[in-house]
Each structure stands twice: as structure tokens, then as C-alpha cells.
Design a protein around this ligand. Structure first.
Ligand SMILES: Cc1ncc(COP(=O)(O)O)c(C=O)c1O
Length: 444
């Protein structure tokens, strides 16, 4: 059985001063929180003022494009941009900036990873414009493994890769409560497995998988399989150490846990893969040289090979600030607070007649995402009523996890589930408001 992480649950008020930035302070920096009960943080989080200020400052006081500028404002823009990548890589993933590609989302990050396994790197290599050895030499019978509980973004790019390479697409199933365990990969991952794509935490039932133990098991089953993690619901919600996990790719969104802007995200790539990886885009910014016959991609910072074209400078400066912001609160504090709010919510609604709650029973296997249904109600109608009557914002539906919804038997009966997802800035008072509203709906 996987080793479990231990957590202590604290009284909600004690958190008001536990981080370097208190809950009260964060809430003041997001004025919208005084008007609504925002519990849709798994879709996107609201952004605190310092993040918005960092972006506005760049736009208003600098505004220059990054890289290759000789005037001082251009240098300043490049410094801000480089500084952001450093903060994001270190605080959110514990990797070096050269190992993290900037992307617009988790979805883009996974697509970049999958595309790089389809075709070899083309570059001037040893003086000749030629193809490098492919990252995967696809052979008859090879497979790509994903899991039933994945978001569509960690399924579809791999299905497409299989269709293009002729590989088999295979899915591992989680436990009935939505937890992936090491043994779920036994009998699925074998010597012909080339890629394993799995998530760190689930956006549809709130499970947090013991990734370190799962990856260890996958490595025993096949030491050469490339492991790609979807960290969309983990990064910024808990400490993530890609080195300790031992994965090859780790994709994340900047606009969820890290409190950064939409249109930002990243992809950690293990160095030995990165130097042989074909960028999805080539063009300005990604090169060391271009002649009339060939090009040489830049090697000074491998992750910058993936920056062809003018990037989302303001967005990444915002995400850099956001990474520093959640780092200042403390990622452990964020993880514990979000889990504590989830626990309190589950405790309060679990006795309510007609309410079913999904996900692991053991709080140690959960994050701040709590999904549920109410007997006799389509999930979308519950979410709509919560908003219309009480300004409580939740999300309902399949959450881009149709295979999972079918696996749990929730698609035909409820149209998916209702999801309340908590962030550091949510409060016990809000949990109580949501509970009261659910009791009223369930009571008819
Ligand atoms: C687990 C998971 N993976 C992937 C995604 C896609 O993230 P993005 O929309 O930033 O590409 C999401 C978004 O909700 C998610 O929850």
C-alpha cells in the first residue's frame, strides 16, 4: 500500500494569521469575494491585486518586447520575464528555469509533450541539417497508457498520438472512490508501454494520488516508459517537487492553484529529454542561427527554444508574481487549509438526506475539490439554483472527464456532478452558507 501523508487539521480561524499573507489580506486584495461565494476554483481562481498590479506595471511602465533588445526598457522587460520563469520553476515545481517551457495552459503543455513524441527533432546537428534520434522509436504492439479519471486534455493528445503512430491506447482504472493506486498500473504497464499519462489530483472527485509511489511502481514495470503528469489541480495547491516525483513531463496551469492569469501555464521536461525534443513552433526567438539552407536552434537556455514568436509577456510576469505570492503564503499552508475547508464541507453535508458525495473517504487522499449530487436533481439545476438564490458559484457537468463520469455511473443519472472547489481564500462562513443552501435544495 502507498505511504500516506499525514495532515493536521486546524480550526479555520487559526489560519487567518498562519501564512505570511493572511486569508483576510488575500480577500481584501480580491474585492469580488465580498459580493459572491466563489467555489469554482478548480476551473480558475480569482486573481489578487498584486498579480494584477505586476501585469499593469509592466504594461504601463515598460511595455517593451523581450529578448534581443539593446535599449534599457527592452532589457528590463527581459529581466522581468527571466525572473518570472525562475520564480515559477523554483516555487511551483522545484526545477530550474531551463527545464520549464512556458505554455498557455495545461492542455497546450500536454499537446507539446505528445507532439514531441510523434516526430524527431530537426536541427543543425554536427554541422548538418538533419533529424536527431526520435524520443520514441514506435514499434508494432507499443502502447500509451492513460487513466479513466483523466481530464480530456490528458486523454485526447495521447489518443491522437496512438492513431498517428499505430500504438495501442490503454486505460488504467482508479478505485471506485476515484483514487489511483500503484497496483492499478500492474497488468496495464508492460515492456511495450512507451508513455504513461496520469494526473496528480482529480478535478472531478478531488482525489490526490500518491504519485511518488505510483511512479516508482511504473518504473519497476518499465524503466524506459516516459511518464507525463497532469498537475493542473496540484500546482499552487500543494508543494510539488518534480525531482522527487521522478516524472519526465509535468504540465500545469497558471490560472488555477497559483492564482495567476488565464493564458499561462508550463511544462517541466527532464533535461535529457528536453535537448532532443522537437518544439511545436519554430521561428523568431527560438534560434541561434538561420541561413538560406538551415537553422540552428538556441541551446543557451533549452526551454527558450519553445518561445518562438512574441510570448504572453504580461501574463507570465503576472504568473511570476503569483508564484511568489502563493510561495509567501506557504504551499503547505494552502494545502492544509483547502483540505480543512473540504473536510468541514463534507462533514456538514454528509448527513443531509438525498446528498451523495464522491471521492475518497480518507481526507488524507483528498484536496479542496468536493463533488456531490442531490437525489432527483440534474447537477446543472443545482448549480444554477445555488447561483440564482444565494450567489454561490459552483460548477456542474462532466468537468471534461466524460470517461470518469461514465465509470462512476453519474453521466446518465445526474449529467455529471456538482463541484464545489475551495481555495486558500475561502472561509468557514462560506462553507456554512453553501451547506445551508444545499440543505434547502435537498429538503425541497
Ligand atoms: C485535471 C485537469 N487537467 C487539465 C485541465 C486543463 O487545464 P487548462 O484549461 O488550463 O488547459 C484541467 C482544467 O480544469 C484540469 O482540471
Amino acid at each position: 500500500m502507498p505511504k500516506r501523508h499525514r495532515h493536521t487539521y486546524k480550526n479555520s480561524l487559526s489560519f487567518l494569521s498562519c501564512g505570511m499573507i493572511s486569508v483576510e489580506e488575500v480577500r481584501k486584495q480580491i474585492p469580488l469575494l465580498s459580493e459572491i461565494v466563489y467555489a469554482d476554483n478548480a476551473a480558475t481562481t480569482l486573481k489578487p491585486k498584486p498579480v494584477l498590479d505586476a501585469m499593469a506595471d509592466y504594461m504601463q511602465k515598460c511595455g517593451a518586447n523581450v529578448e534581443r533588445g539593446s535599449y534599457r526598457l527592452a532589457q528590463q522587460a527581459t529581466d522581468l520575464w527571466d525572473g518570472s520563469r525562475k520564480s515559477i520553476a523554483k516555487i511551483l515545481l522545484n526545477c530550474r528555469p531551463e527545464e520549464m517551457i512556458f505554455t498557455k495552459s495545461t492542455t497546450e503543455a500536454i499537446n507539446i509533450a505528445a507532439a514531441s513524441l510523434e516526430r524527431p527533432l530537426l536541427d543543425r546537428i554536427s554541422g548538418k541539417f538533419s533529424y536527431d534520434a526520435p524520443l520514441v522509436k514506435w514499434q508494432r504492439g507499443d502502447s500509451v497508457v492513460s487513466t479513466v479519471i483523466e481530464h480530456h486534455s490528458n486523454i485526447m493528445p495521447w489518443m491522437r498520438l496512438c492513431a498517428k503512430t499505430g500504438a495501442r491506447f490503454v486505460m488504467a482504472s482508479p478505485s471506485k472512490e476515484g483514487l489511483l493506486l500503484p497496483e492499478h498500473f500492474e497488468g496495464v504497464v508492460d515492456q511495450q508501454t512507451r508513455v504513461v499519462a496520469l494526473q496528480h489530483a482529480s478535478n472531478c472527485v478531488g482525489s490526490v494520488h500518491n504519485l511518488k509511489e505510483i511512479i516508482k511502481t511504473i518504473r519497476v514495470l518499465n524503466s524506459k516508459a516516459i511518464i507525463c503528469v497532469d498537475g493542473s489541480q496540484a500546482v499552487g495547491h500543494m508543494p510539488v517537487n518534480v525531482k522527487e516525483l521522478g516524472c519526465d513531463f509535468y504540465a500545469f496551469s497558471g490560472h488555477k492553484g497559483p492564482l495567476g492569469p488565464q493564458g499561462t501555464g508550463g511544462l517541466y521536461v527532464k533535461s535529457d529529454l528536453l535537448s532532443h525534443m522537437e518544439p511545436l513552433l519554430v521561428g523568431g526567438g527560438a534560434i541561434a542561427d538561420v541561413t538560406e539552407r538551415d537553422y540552428k536552434l538556441r541551446s543557451d537556455s533549452l526551454s527558450k527554444r519553445f518561445d518562438a514568436g512574441t510570448p504572453n509577456v504580461a501574463g507570465m510576469i503576472g504568473l511570476g508574481k503569483a508564484a511568489e505570492y502563493v510561495g509567501e503564503i506557504g504551499l503547505k499552508e494552502i494545502e492544509e487549509r483547502e483540505r480543512s475547508l473540504a473536510k468541514s464541507f463534507i462533514d456538514q453535508i454528509s448527513g443531509v438526506k438525498g446528498v451523495s458525495i464522491y471521492g475518497p473517504n480518507d481526507m488524507r487522499d483528498r484536496c479542496g475539490v468536493v463533488s456531490f449530487n442531490i437525489e432527483g436533481w440534474r447537477c446543472q439545476d443545482v448549480s444554477l439554483t445555488l447561483d440564482e438564490k444565494w450567489k454561490i458559484l459552483t460548477r456542474a457537468g462532466h468537468h471534461c472527464c466524460l470517461p470518469a463520469m461514465r465509470f462512476f455511473g453519474l453521466w446518465d443519472s445526474f449529467g455529471g456532478n456538482v463541484r464545489a472547489s475551495f481555495a486558500y481564500y475561502n472561509t468557514e462562513e462560506e462553507v456554512a452558507k453553501i451547506t445551508q443552501a444545499i440543505k434547502k435544495i435537498a429538503g425541497g
